[in-house]
Design a protein around this ligand. Structure first.
Ligand SMILES: CCCCCCCCCCCCCCCC(=O)SCCNC(=O)CCNC(=O)[C@H](O)C(C)(C)COP(=O)(O)OP(=O)(O)OC[C@H]1O[C@@H](n2cnc3c(N)ncnc32)[C@H](O)[C@@H]1OP(=O)(O)O
Length: 127
């Protein structure tokens, strides 16, 4: 799941002009949101139902995202608990007309499977 690994991203998105901060780079909150969505998709598939983000265990902003970058968000289940899941996320920016790739952020988020009362629900057995 790194720049030289051919795994498919969960999301591929392009930030717009409204996502630029006062440094001329893309807001950290924008990329954090994309990471939460991608990890949420992996968590919902694993839990076979609703989930919520309960913690951002780690988050690193490694390099700035530029306007015009194509952002690929990779997310993988790293840990299964009783009701919780640790999802590792890496974000790669493709720039220079596809000629260069830069790892811009990485993080580890914890999601919890929820029941109909929005309380923790045991995960289904692993496939
Ligand atoms: C079917 C396929 C469809 C695919 C297509 C679906 C598409 C779908 C896309 C969605 C993409 C958007 C995804 C956005 C996701 C949000 O944005 S969710 C919004 C933000 N989050 C929230 O509002 C959650 C608010 N928090 C809560 O409601 C409660 O804390 C929770 C989550 C119900 C947990 O309640 P609690 O009383 O803390 O639970 P507790 O029993 O103490 O702990 C439960 C588990 O969580 C762990 N835990 C609790 N706190 C922590 C912590 N701080 N750190 C680490 N672990 C913790 C515990 O260790 C325990 O783990 P296990 O040992 O059971 O494995």
């Amino acid at each position: 799941m790194s720049a030289d690994c051919p795994q498919d991203p969960v999301l591929r998105v392009v930030p717009g002009p409204s996502d630029i901060n006062s440094n001329g780079h893309i807001f950290g909150g924008w990329v954090l949101s994309q990471m939460d969505i991608a990890a949420g998709i992996v968590a919902a598939r694993t839990a076979q139902g609703p989930t919520a983000t309960v913690a951002i265990d780690s988050m690193a902003f490694i390099a700035p995202i530029h306007l015009g970058d194509v952002i690929s968000v990779y997310a993988n289940l790293e840990r299964r608990g009783r009701t919780s899941m640790g999802i590792k996320i890496e974000v790669i920016a493709t720039r220079d007309r596809g000629n260069s790739q830069v790892k811009v952020t990485e993080g580890l988020f914890t999601f919890v499977a929820l029941d109909e009362n929005h309380r923790p629900r045991p995960l289904p057995p692993a496939e």
